[in-house]
Design a protein around this ligand. Structure first.
Ligand code: TZP
Ligand code: MG
Length: 215
């Protein structure tokens, strides 16, 4: 099996607390209906067994939409759930070690927040990068300082791989980020906290369409 294709355009990263009573699976399915192109399961607090169950349920919900599932941090959970993608951060397993465990058929993303982190990163085994936090965010307490548009551009222009922006992104930021070289936007609260996650995703997707039609 070749490494699966993925599209960073509209990337939902889930937050179990923010999804609330609606739940992660229903929120992700709504986002897929609304035009999300990728979904990452991120729950640093879940017990491993619950995470594997959630990953399997999410994959079953997303497969009919052909939206690939990415697992945050947990190589073991990705392998157990047969997820097509994994995303790791600077403090997780090194990309080479992750690739050795995952084999060639799982795509791998890495978070990069600065030129220093970029210099310290082995991008050889990596398929895409997440750059941020773009703006202030309450979703991830240790996300670090916002890098803004100039910070995003500075890192983005040094990386040949596909790149997605993350952190505090709302529909109004889509245009400037795509113009700055982002291949897509990753959001948590803009979708998970929305009263209507499908409508919120449709709004983001609409902005992407507008920006790309103008390019
Ligand atoms: N990584 C960097 S910022 C962030 C993650 C997971 C959280 C982004 O959440 P939000 O709600 O879109 O600001
Ligand atoms: Mg991580």
């Amino acid at each position: 099996m070749p490494r699966p294709a993925f599209d960073l355009s509209l990337y939902l990263v889930t937050d179990t607390t923010q999804c609330g009573a609606r739940g992660v699976v229903e929120t992700a399915a709504a986002a897929a209906r609304g035009g999300a192109t990728l979904v990452q399961l991120r729950d640093p607090h879940a017990k491993t067994r619950e995470l594997v169950d959630l990953a399997r349920a999410l994959k079953a919900a997303l497969d009919p939409f052909c939206v690939p599932l990415v697992i945050n941090d947990r190589i073991d959970v990705a392998l157990a759930s047969n997820a097509p993608g994994v995303h790791i951060g600077q403090k997780d397993m090194a990309p080479g070690d992750a690739r050795a465990l995952l084999g060639p058929d799982v795509f791998l993303g890495l978070s990069v927040g600065s030129l220093e982190e970029l210099a310290a990163s082995d991008l050889g085994p990596v398929d895409y990068v997440g750059i941020g936090p773009y703006r202030g965010t309450a979703t991830k307490q240790d996300a670090g300082n916002a890098i803004g548009l100039s910070g995003f551009k500075t890192v983005r222009e040094k990386i040949a791989l596909p790149a997605v922006a993350i952190g505090g992104i709302k529909a109004e930021h889509v245009g400037e980020l795509i113009a700055a070289g982002a291949d897509g936007v990753a959001v948590v609260s803009a979708i998970c906290m929305a009263n209507d996650p499908q409508a919120a995703t449709e709004e983001l997707a609409g902005r992407l369409d507008e920006v790309r039609a103008r390019a």
